[in-house]
Design a protein around this ligand. Structure first.
Ligand code: GLC
Length: 415
């Protein structure tokens, strides 16, 4: 009798294994996001024993990830099944992504922040589901600002420079301000924030390149000065991506940091950080144009068009699970990545763990998108090249902006 039971159990198990569909998913690893994803996938696979999800970890640099995707997708492969997509990519990758417009209700997209849904909509078709949203924010050392009599975080870039200079003149081994200055996508994000707060822009509503303005040159000059003149930023920022800035800040080596929300979970974790509990978050300072600007970032989930029907069905279940209320809340609490579903911001749990997400909700919703075009990656490469050349003093801000504008015009005209 016992033997029979064991045999039938084995039979059932092998049938499940036999009918199990395996899908692959790409994932990033900034901060705690990869560990949090593994926890979520365990839960998903327990609830869906007929689906196996295998993770393909990707480089942290959005630019490097983009180039890998170009190789995967252009080759017509059916893998990865589910792609983690930066908000700037849907227009470019739309031809390779499954159209999920008909599944709008299944994914409950009417509950999402409308701007995030817009990022995944190309020519009226939804090709990606918003997973988490991002905006640039200012992290500051509350304890040090208090110690030197600064009651509030800086409201303007000039104030930030003054506070940083005052504090680093007295504190040993401290930088004033760390940010993302390496030659990759993150540099464009940081530059846009300076540019817009100085009153400039990259492309106007009519599609003209307007980056080479007085405001544009001044913004880039200000960034260069942070390194060589006001000296509140170390020269090393020209090699920093998000994680380098985060590590420097959480080691107690900087007064201010520009980063995305994910850093919050780690800088406040006493096991990880020397400054847990001493950190405040504020909107980025305003520039001479009197306004502050945060670049809109974030990631979405898209499904590979070349996957089989069975794989696509499993992928949809996975996307639905990961973007559900409970999983967005879990991710927001454990990886501090901002929800895209509006109601999650009303959850008292979120307010307790990441109060800034709730307090700065309006800022997250109104963050500044990067140019929305299928040519975005070429635009970005051009911008990265000239901004970085100015930051490393290979050219002047004036010349960098002139050359950038010329090349951007060519890129938009199709060269
Ligand atoms: C973050 C943002 C993403 C941006 C990237 C740049 O991951 O969410 O949109 O492109 O940073 O480094």
């Amino acid at each position: 009798m016992k033997k029979l039971l064991v045999v039938s159990l084995l039979l059932v198990l092998s049938l499940v294994a036999f009918s199990r569909v395996t899908i692959t998913m790409t994932a990033g690893a900034v901060g705690t996001e990869l560990n949090v994803l593994y926890e979520q996938l365990d839960k998903f696979m327990r609830a869906n024993p007929d689906i196996k999800v295998s993770v393909m970890p990707m480089p942290n640099s959005s630019t490097e990830r983009h180039d890998l995707y170009v190789t995967y997708l252009a080759s017509g492969e059916k893998e990865p099944t589910v792609l983690m997509l930066d908000v700037i990519w849907p227009a470019e990758f739309a031809p390779y992504l499954e159209d999920v417009t008909a599944d709008k209700d299944y994914f409950e997209l009417d509950k999402f922040i409308p701007g995030t849904v817009k990022s995944g909509t190309v020519n009226g078709k939804i090709v990606a589901v918003p997973w988490f949203t991002d905006a640039g924010i200012l992290y500051y050392r509350k304890d040090l600002l208090d110690k030197y009599g600064f009651k509030n975080p800086p409201k303007t870039w000039d104030e930030l420079v003054k506070m940083a200079q005052t504090i680093t003149a007295k504190e040993k081994n401290m930088y004033g301000f760390v940010w993302q200055g390496a030659r990759y996508e993150g540099l464009v994000c940081d530059f846009m924030e300076f540019l817009i707060s100085f009153g400039g822009d990259v492309i106007d509503d009519a599609g003209n390149v307007v980056v080479n303005s007085k405001a544009g040159v001044n913004a880039l000059q200000f960034m260069v000065d942070l390194i060589y003149k006001t000296k509140v930023s170390p020269q090393a920022v020209t090699t920093y991506m998000e994680e380098e800035a985060r590590r420097t800040f959480q080691n107690g080596q900087a007064v201010f940091m520009r980063n995305w929300p994910y850093a919050w979970a780690l800088v406040n974790d006493p096991k990880e950080s020397k400054i847990a509990g001493k950190v405040g978050v504020a909107p980025l300072p305003a520039g001479p144009a009197g306004r502050s600007a945060a670049t809109l970032g974030g990631w979405m989930l898209g499904i590979n068009k070349n996957a089989t029907d069975e794989e696509k069905a499993a992928a949809k279940k996975l996307v639905k699970f990961l973007t559900s209320y409970d999983q967005q809340l879990y991710k927001a609490i454990n990886a501090s990545q901002n929800p895209t579903m509006m109601d999650v911001y009303k959850d008292p749990e979120l307010k307790k763990v990441a109060p800034f997400m709730v307090d700065l909700y309006g800022m997250f919703v109104n963050a500044e998108p990067r140019p929305r075009t299928a040519k975005y990656s070429e635009i970005s490469d051009t911008m990265q090249k000239y901004i970085h050349a100015a930051l490393t003093q290979q050219t002047t801000p004036q010349k960098a902006m002139e050359d950038m504008a010329k090349e951007l015009t060519q890129v938009l005209a199709g060269r």
